[in-house]
Design a protein around this ligand. Structure first.
Ligand code: THF
Length: 272
């Protein structure tokens, strides 16, 4: 059974060095790690605990709307951004804003996601199919600086005449909360890769996750022990029920996870 996530967790738990952090919680930390998920083998949803997929899907759809406001999420019952939002729900120019409307010095905006789709359709060999959330000039206005900060798409050409190319995605995540955040982050980008592939008539290839400061918070250690004692199940399969007109027209109901066999949920506090 696939255990790449659990291998990362075990590696940091065993070899991590004690390190203090911005939130004052304390962590075990390792710098630099990579995982590769072959999306043809199944959807990389963690099975050694129940992952709340509804929050993952709605958070991704929220990023794609380009919103800076947590209300869109709370109206739909998703609370994962509440700790960082102000009274008015504002988070500043976080992920969605940079993805869809990165401000330019002359007062314009760049829709990085639409440019990615355009390039994948017209110039799939490009080595510049990149989205960055790390807008250095705007970091100080963000409620939280991007953790998953930079990603690139890659198309491997079709292996037979008339076949389809295979779309891969690699993410650089500068800061990785291994117990709470990483299962969400892997699922989110795997889902995005499936959606982009569907829109560009490509098959899916690999999702590559590259981590910077990979850490286990000291108040997650008991949960980690519980999780590492469990045996992973086979991966589920993602089914997208229709093909919306554009990447921005997906709805929560369009996604179905088939055969998601998982261990029980494990609760843990989030470091703010
Ligand atoms: N800050 C920290 N400390 N960890 C993170 O993972 C994180 N993020 C986002 C921004 N800041 C972060 C927020 N993403 C949960 C999951 C993802 C989050 C924040 C919180 C969470 O509490 N998950 C629980 C409950 C699930 C639910 O209620 O839907 C879980 O059991 O998975 C990572 O990008």
């Amino acid at each position: 059974m696939p255990s790449q996530y659990e291998d990362l967790m075990r590696h940091v738990f065993t070899h991590g060095v004690h390190k203090s952090d911005r939130t004052g919680t304390g962590t075990k930390s390792v710098f630099g790690y990579q995982m590769r998920f072959d999306l043809r083998e199944g959807f990389p949803l963690v099975t050694t605990k129940k992952v709340h997929l509804k929050s993952v899907i709605l958070e991704l759809l929220w990023f794609l709307t380009g919103s800076s406001n947590n209300h869109w999420l709370t109206e739909r019952g998703v609370t994962i951004w509440n700790e960082w939002a102000g009274e008015d729900g504002e988070l500043g120019p976080v992920y969605g804003v940079q993805w869809r409307s990165w401000p330019t010095p002359d007062g314009g905006h760049i829709d990085q996601i639409s440019e990615v789709i355009q390039t994948l359709k017209t110039n799939p060999d490009s080595r510049r199919i990149i989205v960055s959330s790390w807008n250095v000039a705007e970091l100080h206005k963000m409620a939280l600086m991007p953790c998953h900060a930079f990603f690139q798409f890659y198309v491997a050409p079709a292996t037979e005449p008339g076949g389809r190319g295979q779309l891969s995605c690699q993410l650089y995540q500068r800061s990785a909360d291994i117990f709470l955040g990483v299962p969400f982050n892997i699922a989110s980008y795997a889902l995005l890769t499936h959606m982009v592939a569907q829109q560009c008539d490509l098959d899916v290839g690999d999702f590559i996750w590259t981590g910077g400061d990979c850490h286990i918070y000291s108040n997650h250690e008991e949960q980690v022990r519980t999780q590492l004692a469990r045996t992973p199940y086979a991966l589920p399969q993602l089914h997208i029920k229709r093909r919306p007109a554009t990447l921005f027209d997906y709805a929560f109901e369009d996604f179905e996870m088939l055969n998601y066999e998982h261990h029980p949920a494990i609760k843990a506090p989030v470091a703010v």
